[in-house]
Design a protein around this ligand. Structure first.
Ligand SMILES: Nc1ncnc2c1ncn2[C@@H]1O[C@H](COP(=O)(O)OP(=O)(O)OP(=O)(O)O)[C@@H](O)[C@H]1O
Ligand SMILES: [Mg+2]
Length: 262
């Protein structure tokens, strides 16, 4: 229990967000991929990150996970500036667009290797790996080489690798894309359970029902700018008032359209 004098009881104290960006910008030559975005994401929540192809989602994730430096602006993960790469990485789980797996490893070897890098206790890790492989429907294939896997199977291994060590913050780029309905359902359950356990999830996806189900807050990126940020319910309500249509898809379409000047 917190003591009565803990900082969070101090009037005016604002809890440190799990992920924060201020004026975060990335330019590639003339292209402004990410244009001075700001956000603060509370610990233990799911942030659904939407945007059309080329909006700058992956670039934003790459800056937040320290893979690419911003051109200007700054970001923090668990209070650590992303310029401090080694320290930020200790807080991260990351499923990139292409799952980072070794073709010559089996799924079990790949996950064992990831657990080793994360310095997990070997016995705990082995148990957890078995349980996760079973739940996601990969146990029967767990000792085959990843080089023989389908795209969906690779994505499953990548997702388990991102959540295996119960990270403080997980960045998941399209976690359910290419997965069959049963596997998608399991992934949604695994993400929810991990959030219950305290992980903050930054979830980028084009599959809006998944975002609607999981996200506490949705941010919509359009041409590098954050054009909307709210709970999925309030985004839908606002769109309904403006257009009569009441779905997250309509809300997405509404905020990612160039309007004719009136
Ligand atoms: N390494 C790079 N060099 C030059 N331009 C880049 C590079 N990476 C991204 N871009 C440009 O930055 C913009 C944003 O790309 P990004 O990959 O972040 O989009 P995205 O929102 O992830 O799209 P998608 O939904 O298709 O995955 C695009 O205009 C893209 O061409
Ligand atoms: Mg992308």
């Amino acid at each position: 229990m917190e003591s009565p004098t803990s900082p969070s009881d101090t009037p005016g104290h604002v809890e440190e967000p799990a992920i924060a960006a201020a004026g975060l910008t990335k330019r590639y030559g003339e292209t402004v991929a990410v244009d001075a975005i700001d956000f603060r994401i509370s610990a233990g929540t799911v942030y659904g990150f939407l945007g059309p192809n080329g909006a700058g989602k992956t670039t934003t994730i790459e800056m937040l996970t320290t893979l690419t430096p911003p051109t200007s602006g700054e970001a923090r993960v668990m209070g650590v500036p992303t310029t401090d790469r080694d320290r930020v990485k200790t807080h991260l789980g990351y499923l990139p667009h292409e799952p980072p797996v070794y073709e010559s490893f089996t799924a079990r070897e790949q996950l064992g290797f990831a657990a080793d890098i994360r310095r997990m206790d070997v016995r705990d890790a082995d148990n957890r790996i078995d349980r996760l492989l079973d739940r996601i429907g990969l146990l029967a294939d767990a000792d085959d080489r990843i080089g023989t896997y389908s795209d969906g199977m690779r994505r499953k291994v990548g997702l388990l690798q991102a959540l295996l060590h119960e990270p403080d913050v997980a960045f998941l780029d399209e976690p359910t894309t290419g997965l069959d309905p049963r596997a998608s359902r399991t992934v949604i359950e695994l993400i929810s359970e991990q959030v219950e356990a305290g992980t903050t999830v930054f979830l980028s996806s084009h599959i809006l029902p998944v975002v609607e189900e999981l996200a506490d807050t949705v941010g919509v990126l359009y041409r590098g700018e954050l054009v909307a940020e709210d709970s999925p319910e309030r985004l839908v309500e606002r769109t309904e008032r403006a257009t009569g249509a009441d779905s997250l898809e309509e809300a997405f379409l509404e905020v990612t359209t160039d309007r004719e000047p009136v």
